[in-house]
Design a protein around this ligand. Sequence first.
Ligand SMILES: *Cc1c(COP(=O)(O)O)cnc(C)c1O
Length: 455
Amino acid sequence: MNTRNTSRRDFLAAVGATSAASILAGSAAAPTARAAESTEKLAVDGGTPVRKQTLHHQPYGPQFYDDVEKQELIEVLESRAPFRWSARESKSLQFEKAYAAHIGVKHAIGVTSGTTALFTAMAAMEIGPGDEVILPAWTWYADYDAIVLSGALPVFAEIDDSFNIDASDIEHRITPRTKAIIAVHLQGTTSDMDPILEIAKKHKLIVLEDCAQCLGGKYKGKYVGAIGDIGINSFQLSKSITAGEGGAVVTSDPELFERAVRFHDVGSIRSPYKEDLKGGLLAAFASCNFRMNEFTGAVLKGQLTKLETICAGLRKNYRKVREGIADLPGLKLRKTPDVDGDLGVGVFLDMGTRERRDQFLRAMRAEGISAGGPAGSAILPTDARIENKVTIDPNWPSFNTPEGKAIQYGSACCPRTIDILGRHGGVIMDPNYSDDDVKDIIAAIRKVYTAMNKA
Ligand SMILES: *Cc1c(COP(=O)(O)O)cnc(C)c1O
């Protein structure tokens, strides 16, 4: 290794200047950056780190809390009507209307969480014992749990290099019992919806979009949630906008909407849903209470006005990082079916093997950049309670049919998912990262990647 003693300031000046230049002028300045990189000892090997203090992203929504949310909350307090159906002008209702209009669906229903939104969607789709639902092997627990707690059978499909469900791994899993496909748009990248919709149409299946990690993301010009038959969202802390907790169900289908309305509100339909549904066509059925409270509705109404600012900030930084590393030889990034619609939550590199990925992450962290593998979800088939099909009661309908008894989870059912997630590592974006923060991310990736490619 070259041990030429470059001072940290000289190095940063060189890399900073060239990165900024390459952002503006493509790769014209890249040779200088490469020269600097080739002489710089990695921090993990005792060299000077790119940053002294580690760069971490923060939850997005709360960074944008200001007088807008404050005013909305004060209005709820002063009205003394925190329950939506006793409020004169319900904040939850105003949020629902604004949210539906924003993403381009007819109806939105505010609920208490993304998880309860999934339960509500299952009821809307009439998923029950004997039904099968296809979902990606890498996703959040709630997708699996909502299927199982409905009494239906979860059938996992592999993900592809976008970290989302692989459309080409769906069709051979369809049986006469399959009722729905859940497309989960994970860590800001949309699923490739066109082939999924085509398969669903061919086999008469319902498509549920789980947009919890991708609110504001677009696929071919449409917001996620407005593409499938029904969608869900979460407003928990780590999502695009937040009230700490909260969720929503969206659809343009009146029947799905009516069942979702009834399920989330003790079987009833109240005004103004009632007028929206012309009184309703369906009978009430055993249901729940997942109604949104007015404080949550108020904060979300305020947060929604910031959604596009948050998305624009993420996308700007995501693009800069992608452009700043685009000329690295042999670079392979996480696949995205729509790079412009991608929410830009993270920039992930395919490092080829898990060993090299882990080496990359260690080196990146030593440079002062918090880096990680794909996160915010789990490889569900390998989770013990899933692998062992553990339920509240051993006679649970999901796993007492011949199919439920026969299905095998565990690592053998998703080898490709395990491989893909193991080889990728990257950096999560923050909408408020400064130009210098972004330059440091670029500098660290360039430095580590270049050193690893030489070794
Ligand atoms: C967060 C999340 C959920 C559940 O949302 P909660 O509000 O936490 O219940 C569901 N699906 C995905 C993909 C998520 O990331």
